[in-house]
Design a binder for this molecule. Structure first.
Ligand code: PLP
Length: 414
């Protein structure tokens, strides 16, 4: 391996000379430059711009206020009573039971807490462990809707499979069912569906979900869902694909506590599905993190058992925040594409000179005092032109922060 020695005794390797799976992971994520160097993610770049300029950071999706006090207290109490060592590999029995109860209570799903669910280090680990566990070679394909959450392309590449994407187009961001059908073949190992959807804010229509199940059955594919925004759907209760006829037997349902309880840093997620598939995922997961978040697990068990009103209020409070943000964007001259769920509002910046949204977003902190992310960060290189002009803003911030952002944006557009 080539390296460069420095007089201070440090040895610096050129990234391009370091073999390993990191390279296809970076390439999958669109972060590998032609000279073999990894670029920082746009999220890191934009957060740095926010810190440098004092701009309001509506780039990364994390809340800026705490979730329910009883959930936080339960974690403190768990630390005090000594829940500080490795929990069981599948998760503590109380959380497994709470996830099972939650799936029954909200969706009528029967989940055996002992055999059909495992706790993971966030939805991210559940997704990566699932892909690593179930992909079996370079000819396997994973079908996803595009734009996609940035970890998907990276994890599919790490697992060594091919990504097939089905575009979601503005303004509604629903897939064309013909394009969906054409993308699923006998090579499809997994159809990965994020609903409600980041970054577009789409909630998929019933016929889309039914078509996913039909195609997965036809081609004997596994459905993997990412439902981290399940309690943040604004117009109708969330429908997990696993609840559709014929779906449960081939579906792994992934979710996480981060968005539901404002605890994104706790990284408590889970995956449930047929026992054999769960055992396959557990086999890989146990060598990634083994376990995590011992004192947070009982706290999330308590959270999942909170009354219905908690969950309904979380969705309506976030919907209100989107309205505040959307109004500011509209006043500024953006064309707002109101979300049906999730943390983000997408807006078209073309009329404001933002036809190149990446350049627009790089200038926005200085010009408007607000940070946002171009939608091109969530698409493959070939499709970037289709999403130029679209910008994603996070609405999961305190009302006063959103009001200030809205007024800065309005002043910018004036
Ligand atoms: C669609 C989607 N999936 C997964 C995650 C990550 O979830 P976790 O923090 O539980 O790993 C996020 C976080 O932003 C997300 O937006």
């Amino acid at each position: 391996m080539l390296g460069v020695s420095f007089r201070y005794g440090l040895s610096l390797f050129f990234m391009s000379d370091i073999p390993g799976a990191w390279r296809r992971t970076a390439a999958g994520a669109g972060l590998l430059s032609a000279d073999g160097v990894v670029a920082p993610t746009i999220f890191a770049e934009m957060s740095a711009a926010a810190a440098r300029t004092g701009a309001i950071n509506l780039g990364q999706g994390f809340p800026d206020e705490d979730g329910p006090a009883e959930v936080l207290d339960a974690a403190r109490e768990a630390i005090s009573r000594g829940a500080n060592q490795y929990p069981p590999g599948r998760g503590i029995p109380d959380l497994l039971a709470a996830i099972s109860e939650h799936q029954q209570r909200f969706y009528g799903l029967n989940v055996d807490p002992e055999r059909e669910v495992i706790v993971t280090a966030g939805a991210t680990e559940a997704l990566t462990a699932t892909l690593l566990a179930l992909i079996d070679g370079p000819d396997d394909e994973v079908v996803v809707f595009e734009p996609y959450y940035d970890s998907y392309a990276a994890a599919v590449a790490l697992a060594g499979a091919r990504l097939r994407t089905v575009p979601l187009r503005a303004p509604g961001f629903q897939p064309d069912l013909g394009e969906l059908a054409a993308s699923v073949t006998d090579r499809t190992r997994i159809i990965l569906v994020n609903d409600p959807h980041n970054p577009t804010g789409a909630v998929f229509a019933a016929d889309v979900l039914a078509e996913v199940v039909r195609l997965a059955t036809l081609h004997d594919a596994i459905i993997v869902t990412d439902e981290v925004y399940e309690h943040l759907a604004f117009h109708a209760p969330h429908t997990p694909i696993a609840a559709l006829p014929g779906a449960a037997e081939r579906t792994l349902t992934i979710s996480s506590a981060g968005k539901t309880f404002n605890t994104t840093g706790w990284k408590i997620g889970w995956v449930h599905g047929p026992a054999d598939l769960i055992t396959a995922v557990l086999t890989v997961k146990q060598y990634l993190t083994y376990v995590n978040g011992s004192p947070f697990q009982p706290a999330i068990a308590l959270g999942l058992r909170m009354p219905d009103s908690y969950f309904a209020d979380a969705a309506s409070a976030l919907a209100r925040k989107h309205e505040i943000l959307g109004a500011g964007l509209q006043t500024a001259g953006f064309t707002v594409l109101p979300p049906q769920g999730g943390y983000f509002t997408v807006a078209d910046a073309t009329v404001l000179g933002g036809a190149d949204a990446a350049a627009f977003c790089r200038a926005l902190p200085e010009r408007a005092g607000v940070v946002a992310i171009p939608l091109t960060a969530f698409v493959s290189a070939e499709r970037r032109p289709e999403y130029d002009g679209l910008v994603r803003f996070a609405a999961c911030k305190r009302v006063e922060v959103l009001e200030e952002a809205a007024s800065r944006l309005a002043a910018f557009g004036a």
